[in-house]
Design a protein around this ligand. Structure first.
Ligand code: IPM
Ligand code: MN
Length: 349
């Protein structure tokens, strides 16, 4: 019989609340014969305050044995900036070699957008950013000289390897080839960042030859931000480096219903390590405990998790339920729990 052995890292702030709803919907959508086991890991700000630990080796080892990880949110203003980001979230992404950071954006019906678009255009806004997850300026390759003096010099080196670029570019071509529009846009800044930019472009052009059905395009990242706002329907799949992808996906979320809807997967497609699914948003300590957090981003992340594990029909049921639920939202306030309950009912029926 089938089973899912899931590690759950609720984390900080609203992380706890949204993860509870994600698990509720996951339980509701799974067929009877699939056995779901969950194990919660106490990681995040509270743990750090209590013990000074961010992610001890024993827990990193234990996490390795699960089929996947569901993560809520990490971070709290009481913890110095960077401690949990580097010591926990990025540590997991790097240790489990999550080289694909998958961030889909779709303009669901009846969702708020600052875009000046007609209703008929909404369906065309459906793209996915394949953000590189293990390299770029995120590797911690940098340093500071004469720290704290007027002569301070700080470097933060972007690391790009042919191996790392090729594997994410290949994955993006595969994803583009599997979608109806079959279009892949490389986003970089090769007019200024010439070394990394040329590595990306050369590998992109080389791999493109193996995918004759995929239409390709290149945009500098600054130009891409304009198109995200003026013409988001031009995008299908986007492949880009870690930092550009971080920034672009916040913008993507902002134009497609807000950060409350943005889902993500930190994926290792080889299966060598568990992949990790999390909402793009943070721990939002300002609204923690108020019931105002929208769990939809986490619930959509659960759909990505299910698709990664091969439960395509169940993933689609969650996405359809979200779409139907959004279509009926009329601005009446619903708590985190109420949204989770409504979606759990929809996916079960
Ligand atoms: C994200 C976040 C993280 C990132 C931070 C918290 C390390 O902004 O998941 O987008 O930069 O990747
Ligand atoms: Mn981000």
């Amino acid at each position: 019989s089938r089973s899912i052995d899931l590690a759950v890292v609720p984390g900080d702030g609203i992380g706890q609340e949204v993860v509870a709803q994600g698990l509720k919907v996951l339980t509701a959508v799974l067929p009877q014969d699939v056995k779901l086991e969950t194990k919660e890991y106490d990681l995040g700000a509270k743990r750090w305050h209590r013990t000074g630990e961010t992610l001890p080796d024993a827990e990193l080892e234990a996490l390795k044995n699960h089929d996947a990880i569901l993560l809520g949110a990490i971070g709290d203003p009481s913890v110095p900036s960077g401690v949990l980001e580097r010591g926990l979230l990025l540590k997991l992404r790097f240790a489990f070699d999550h080289f694909i950071n998958l961030r889909p954006s779709r303009l669901f019906p009846n969702t708020a957008t600052p875009l000046a678009i007609r209703d008929e255009q909404r369906g065309a806004i459906d793209f996915v950013v394949v953000r590189e997850g293990t390299e770029g300026p995120y590797t911690g390759n940098g340093g500071s000289l004469r720290t704290g003096t007027p002569a301070e010099v700080a470097t933060e080196v972007s690391v790009n390897t042919a191996y790392g670029v090729e594997r994410v570019v290949r994955d993006a071509f595969e994803r583009a080839d599997a979608r109806p529009r079959k279009k892949l846009t490389l986003v970089h800044k090769n007019n200024v960042l010439v070394y990394a930019g040329h590595l990306w472009k050369n590998i992109f052009d080389k791999v493109a030859q193996e995918y004759p059905d995929v239409t390709t395009d290149y945009l500098h990242v600054d130009a891409a931000t304009i198109f995200f706002v003026t013409q988001p329907e031009r995008f299908d799949v986007i492949v880009t480096d870690n930092l550009f992808g971080d920034i672009l996906t916040d913008l993507a979320a902002a134009v497609t219903g807000g950060i409350g809807l943005a889902a993500s997967g930190n994926i290792n497609p080889t299966g060598a390590f568990p992949s990790m699914f999390e909402p793009v948003h943070g721990s939002a300590p300002d609204i923690a405990g108020t019931g105002k957090a929208d769990p939809t981003a986490t619930i959509l992340s659960v759909a990505l998790l299910l698709r990664h594990l091969g439960y395509d029909a169940e993933a689609a049921r969650i996405e359809d339920a979200v779409s139907a639920d959004l279509a009926e939202r009329d601005g009446t306030f619903r708590t985190t729990d109420q949204i989770g309950d409504a979606l759990a009912v929809r996916v079960a029926s």
